[in-house]
Design a protein around this ligand. Structure first.
Ligand code: GLP
Length: 233
């Protein structure tokens, strides 16, 4: 793992942007994207740049179950407003939160990933070490699946909703096996509430209790963290 420690999230966005820029320069065509507050500064740098993704494909990590794409809390809406409105891709995929047949949706998404191998996948990090929505205990050989969110994740994500009760209880998520197939992984984490998860990911045992520790087994991972998130290393 290549670990880059920066002062704060704004500086992290600049480093993250460089990773995207280099990937494009090296011919990357498929980008795995993430939501949450973490990648926002990287997306801002991209929006303010001349990078062009109009020949590229994007595939998002996850989406809440039961939420329509035009709902402001959906990950689709997040991607539109934080990136796609300014930097459109030739084709952008997210799981369909309203899919009436979740099994069929999971298969459809796996086929999309198989047909479009991801060159660069950006990841945030949950406080409990989750990546995508792969919560602690998730088996590592799983591809896209429906996840029951843990109370800690529901609580952490409640800040985006009117109340904790409004946070969906389930999500579609790429699995750890899907994530590990990406050629290059870029994980970002900022703030002291990520420090334990960062320590587990980098220095801890490689265990399902900290899903992100699986990244220790990937040959090409860049980790961008701020000083607060690095404070327990
Ligand atoms: C959510 C998302 C993850 C994200 C994590 C951290 O649960 N599914 O993809 O990485 O939260 O969120 P944040 O970046 O807002 O701290």
């Amino acid at each position: 793992m290549k670990v880059i420690v920066v002062k704060d999230q704004a500086a992290g966005g600049k480093e993250g942007y460089k990773v995207f820029k280099d990937a494009l320069a090296n011919g990357a065509k498929v980008f795995g994207l993430a939501t949450g507050s973490t990648p926002i500064t990287t997306y801002k740098e991209i929006v303010n740049s001349d990078l062009d993704f109009s020949n590229c494909t994007s595939i998002n990590l996850d989406e809440y179950v039961g939420i329509a794409p035009d709902n402001e809390q959906s990950y689709k809406y997040f991607m539109q407003s934080n990136l796609f409105n300014d930097k459109p891709f030739k084709q952008s995929y997210l799981p369909d939160g309203l899919a009436s047949d979740p099994e069929a949706e999971v298969k459809r998404y796996d086929k999309i990933i198989d047909d479009n191998p991801i060159d660069l996948q950006i990841l945030g990090l949950g406080r409990n070490g989750h990546i995508g929505f792969n919560e602690p205990g998730t088996a590592r050989d799983v591809t896209t699946h429906v996840v029951d969110l843990t109370p800690s994740t529901i609580e952490a994500n409640a800040r985006f909703f009117a109340s904790e009760n409004d946070v969906p209880k389930q999500a579609f998520s790429m699995g750890l096996a899907s994530i590990m197939k990406s050629k290059h992984l870029l994980l970002e984490a900022f703030g002291d509430n990520k420090a334990d998860a960062v320590k587990g990911m980098i220095e801890g045992p490689d265990t399902v209790d900290c899903p992100a520790s699986i990244l220790q087994n990937h040959p090409d991972v860049t980790v961008i963290i701020d000083e607060a998130a690095a404070s327990k290393l």
